[in-house]
Design a protein around this ligand. Structure first.
Ligand code: PMV
Length: 332
């Protein structure tokens, strides 16, 4: 078999309307539809090669052999691709991100989007973006959205083939800025896969899911009409609802740190004072401050005055997954 080394690059995304809980955990069919913005500047670059000579998958993440847990998740994903393509060989996979993993910056989104594109191509599959999105979702729900750039919706789906993402508007549509206030670079103790399983134990999950379609429509209209004030209200409500579910699960999950709350309170005050800014937080303590480009420099300046912020990442709407130009076909 020829050894085809393929590299793909993908970015994480920030969910404006979040998914939390899976209706079908095995297929990772989300409990509710979601909507996100793919982020520029942050990237995962992944290279995959299937090789008959390997006796097991070799998985390296950020320069070191992957932990047993991470490796088994990657191997499960590679198994799906081996089944689809009929390529039985083990693979070597190297993945490098330019931002910390597992700290609520959706590293699994960029990781599984890049892995899906690189591995499916290396195995000779020719998948369109919808098919890539369905397959990426099996690795991580949010990865289905990182296949596309700009503003992206993920349908919840009744069956595997319905659970895919679609672009709502391209990156150029609206120059929003996500200033990610990093308050810790530690790996979170409960990852989102375990968190999704706890969601149904919260009494707030059912009403949160029931109202999700309304929130998504409001958010979608606000994006299409570039209505920042409506966007801000619905994005903060959605984030607060998800964290309420987390905090009321059994056992409860509390991702927020004192510094996260401090940033949330400042953001609310800045908006009351006229700045176009709102907060949203994924499964971690870092706070995504979504702002208009016009107000983003003032917000960044203000963020720098808050104690406990280790770093600020500045992102704009970014591109979907792409293969790099230098992928090579080794001689037979
Ligand atoms: O894709 P996962 O399984 O890591 O779950 C993502 C969950 C959130 O980031 C908290 C919300 C979302 O929709 O991205």
């Amino acid at each position: 078999m020829s050894e085809n080394s393929v590299t793909a690059i993908a970015s994480p995304n920030i969910a404006f309307i979040k998914y939390w809980g899976n209706r079908d955990p095995a297929l990772r069919l989300p409990a509710n539809a979601s909507l996100s913005m793919t982020l520029s500047n942050l990237q995962t670059t992944t290279t995959v090669i299937f090789d008959d000579r390997l006796e097991a998958d070799q998985i390296e993440i950020d320069g070191s052999p992957a932990s047993a847990k991470a490796a088994s998740r990657v191997t499960m994903h590679l198994d799906l691709i081996r089944t689809l393509s009929g390529v039985p060989a083990f693979a070597s996979m190297r993945s490098q991100s330019n931002f910390p993993a597992g700290a609520g910056i959706a590293s699994s989104a960029s990781a599984f989007a890049a892995l899906t594109a690189a591995a499916s191509n290396a195995a000779g599959l020719e998948l369109d973006k919808k098919q890539l999105s369905i397959l990426a979702r099996r690795g991580s729900g949010s990865a289905a959205r990182s296949i596309f750039g700009g503003f992206v919706q993920l349908f919840s789906g009744e069956v595997n083939e319905d659970g895919y993402a679609e672009q709502l508007a391209p990156a150029e549509h609206w120059h929003l800025v996500d200033l990610i206030a990093v308050v810790t670079k530690e790996h979170k103790s409960t990852g989102s896969s375990a968190g999704h399983l706890l969601a149904p134990t919260s009494p707030i999950q059912a009403p949160r899911v029931q109202d999700a379609a309304r929130r998504l429509e409001t958010c979608k209209d606000a994006i299409l009409q570039k209505d920042f004030r409506t966007l801000a209200q619905i994005v903060e409500l959605d984030s607060n609802l998800m964290h309420s579910v987390m905090m009321t699960s059994e056992p409860p999950l509390l991702y927020l740190e004192p510094e996260s709350i401090s940033v949330m309170k400042h953001v609310t005050r800045w908006r009351e004072a006229g700045l176009d800014v709102c907060y949203t937080i994924d499964a971690g303590p870092n706070v995504h401050c979504i702002c208009s480009f016009e107000d983003s420099h003032e917000v960044e300046h203000q963020l720098r005055s808050i104690d406990g912020i280790l770093d600020i990442y500045r992102c704009s709407p970014g591109n979907g997954v792409a293969l790099t130009a230098n992928n090579e076909q080794a001689p037979q």
